[in-house]
Design a protein around this ligand. Sequence first.
Ligand code: ADP
Length: 672
Amino acid sequence: MPVERTDQHELFKYYEVYETIGSGGFAKVKLGRHILTGENVAIKIMNKKDLGDDLPRVKVEIEAMKNLSHQHVCRLYQVIETSTQIFMVLEYCPGGELFDYIIAKDRLSEEETRVFFRQIVSAMAYVHSQGYAHRDLKPENLLIDEDHNLKLIDFGLCAKPKGGLGFELKTCCGSPAYAAPELIQGKAYIGSEADVWSMGVLLFALLCGYLPFDDDNCVVLYRKILRGKYENPRWLSPGSVLLLNQMMQMDPKRRLSVRHLLDHPWVMKDYNSPVEWHADSRYTHTFIHENCITEMAVNMKRSRVSTTALVKEWRYDQTTATYLLLLSKKQRGKPVRLRLEPTVCEDSCSPLHQGLQTREALHFSEDEDAVIVGSLEFCSDYIDDCPWVSATNNKDMRLASPSVEKKCVYSPSPERGRTMAQHRPERRDRDQGQTSENKENIAVQEKDVKIFALPPPRTPASSKRNARPNKNVLTTPNQNANFNGSKTNAVTPKGGGSASKESNKKRAAEFKELANVDLLAFSPERRSRSLDMAVTGDSEKKKRGGKVFGSLERGLDKMITLLTPSKKRALRVGPRKIKAQYNVTLTSQTNPDQVLNQILSILPEKNVDFTQKGYTLKCRTWGDFGKVTMAFELEVCLLQRLEIVGIRRQRLKGDAWVYKHLVEDILSTSSI
Ligand code: ADP
């Protein structure tokens, strides 16, 4: 797809854009920085052409997020629409997905679960009070912010029935494993009741670390849900068993409502107060903060009165974003100050701006690989004229990925990988019911990571696209060591999301090592990906995730490595040293090269494609139809102070539970 530089001009005028931090059914999410305030944001990027019939659903999400302003709902700052793309600028949640937090801990204690669950109840009570049903509740759609609070995201499937939430909906949507029986049966249903069922599944996942209803085969999964029977593991308290039962009632009318959950005895335990669900005054739009206005007025050279009037229009443009981000700074005790104009290239064309323009075009015209290479590849055409950036061309020779569109991601596939349940017993025996956690915070990383390159491959792709995963082992080694053996509490490992920033830094430092690339293959299917069977329409929504981006590499014949002078000085050959964090699996080994080699030898066996950049392995798996089903990173690092080797894991795309199985499998088979 040809790139129109002007098309993304608005985005680059106001934001610096960094690496990909997540990817959904039809969006790619990148870390960004709002230039005027210097605040981090998440930028959800959607290509209109690729959205096709799903475009109305993005509009639904945007409208919902404009209307929903709550302490546990991810905040929308700005929407930029160009002729080809839509950018949603969102509150950045560096702690990652609740899902990853659960799997890192295996499962959460009842106490920690309660902390999170109260926040989920608070968010859902608010969302329902505004007339919305979310319809895609799952731990992947709850993010952890820097204060370890949950933020609900992904309102793409939400519904706001015209007659109110009591009116029936018909579209069967959401993720199969979290779908209420009435949805699966194709019956008309009440959105809020279906949400409570999903909350029950979510609560179970928090307390148990696996799903109550699970199967790789959707037909079998649906049968299990329709039977409504699940096993309560022995560590659940009687109170938890009761609450789960009350939420996962087959008959929606017998299910608890969110209103009941607010002061449910289990929810109130140790708190003695019902859940506060009203929007915190910091989140309502009724009070305008004067010092934010003053700072903006000075910057905009306007009167305070007219600045206030402008802010009050809530247009979700640069004014809204600047105000809300200034407010966020204020609330975190930071100075309410705007930066002077950006000092990068003229005409708002910083290297990041320039690079993204080129790169994004490739991303959206092509495919999933973009998820892996993230925002780190830049075409020299647009960067060469920026004087303070040096460039080195690198020819990327990775093989193109097949891109046959696969419309049904849920087709029954009885042979497909393991279910969580099948492997539980082994895991339980080993764990003896213990949980563990990380007490240490994540290292704060530099934010000014600039530009990196894709390494040339050393070996070609194998042809194992359709090979099946190894079904033998499902254990995570060193799980206790993972979190320093400390007891569970609600303390946040802050700044989790900055790991990716650090990894960029690492990649920059390792640009000399861009020689080791192997491509292999694998094919697990997505399972809990959101679906939409579009039975009949309460909206125009269709199955999500049906979009296929082509291969980035296919269109990419020139890659460059760019480093700022400071980054060049920072070049380093060894693994990064990081603090223990919840997405790092600790090993008992001290030799990073040995650990790296062990993992490298296992990936082909598990049919995982990978590209290697120093100690970071960017992994991918493939579906039967040549679609990338999963993208994740494994990075061998050294743990600060402990001087032992750790493996940082980060899921970028794909079914969360399949990812969990696979990474556990890789790490345990690597015997590290
Ligand atoms: P889609 O609508 O295409 O499913 P999502 O909104 O679910 O996309 O975003 C995809 C992923 O991107 C999320 O699962 C999460 O990992 C990441 N992500 C989304 N929003 C944010 C955010 N505000 N902060 C950090 N990461 C985010």
